[in-house]
Design a protein around this ligand. Structure first.
Ligand code: FPP
Length: 235
């Protein structure tokens, strides 16, 4: 089995999973968070090198105050717990997205986790928090325009690679496989630039139920794909 180098996942369906069990949405997020721990171990075992998950979008602030507060509480405890997970898996953790919108203590926990894990290189784990691809591109292009205005970058140096270097994901290879759980068939503003050639896999399984067997199923499907990048198929 050819294991993708980089897998991106849209973690969806926590709320519906909980509702189906007659439980509050927050219970789904707690279970979804626990599943994130397990899936990191699975990725490491399978030999995946890069994992990026979409945990909180720029749009998610519109949810009820109760739900947003519950998620912030979960982020706080997860960011702390993640120090152990990163040590266990020799996993480097990087947060992508605009973290300035979070409370100061959450921002500090993020910096601490990134600093703690910066020398690990067996799994590179990106967590998208307050992330939106258009926002990421806008922030990046603003910095790029500033550099051009200051003469640090020539217009002729604005290449695809240069643009990639201004994104939050700078230095990380593009995803090979994107998985979205829980039945929705859209990208929801996730890694629009980076997923130009990524294979997509959609499953009805809600995130809290997405386990190693489901992951292997997604990788097997990926193996059946014919990745041509617009070129001619090799016979
Ligand atoms: C989408 O499911 C999920 C979210 C908006 C939050 C994802 C959060 C986690 C998996 C747990 C916390 C993560 C970290 C990094 C600590 P939904 O609630 O939109 O489900 P629904 O579509 O069924 O309503």
């Amino acid at each position: 089995m050819n294991v993708p180098n980089h897998i991106a996942i849209i973690l969806d369906g926590n709320g519906r999973w909980a509702k189906a069990k007659g439980m509050p949405r927050s219970y789904g997020h707690v279970k979804g968070c626990a599943n994130l721990e397990t899936i990191c171990d699975d990725m490491k075992e399978l030999g995946v090198k890069y994992l990026t998950v979409y945990a909180f979008s720029t749009e998610n602030w519109k949810r009820s105050r109760e739900e947003v507060e519950g998620l912030m509480k979960l982020f706080r405890s997860y960011l702390k717990k993640c120090l152990k997970i990163s040590e266990r898996n020799k996993m480097r953790v990087k947060i992508i997205g605009d973290i300035t919108a979070f409370d100061q203590d959450i921002q500090e926990k993020i910096v601490q986790l990134e600093e703690f894990s910066k020398d690990y290189d067996e799994l590179y784990f990106q967590i998208a928090l307050n992330y939106g691809s258009r926002d990421e591109i806008t922030r990046g292009m603003r910095r790029m325009a500033q550099d051009v205005a200051e003469g640090k970058l020539l217009p002729s140096e604005v290449t695809e690679d240069a643009i990639g270097n201004y994104l939050d994901t700078a230095g990380v290879p593009d995803p090979d496989l994107m998985i979205r759980t829980s039945g929705e068939l859209r990208l929801s503003n996730f890694l629009l630039w980076q997923m130009a050639y990524t294979e997509f896999y959609f499953t009805d399984v809600p995130w809290p139920d997405f386990n190693k067997a489901e992951l292997v199923r997604a990788i097997e499907k990926y193996n059946q794909r014919d990745r041509r990048y617009g070129g001619v198929k090799e016979e």
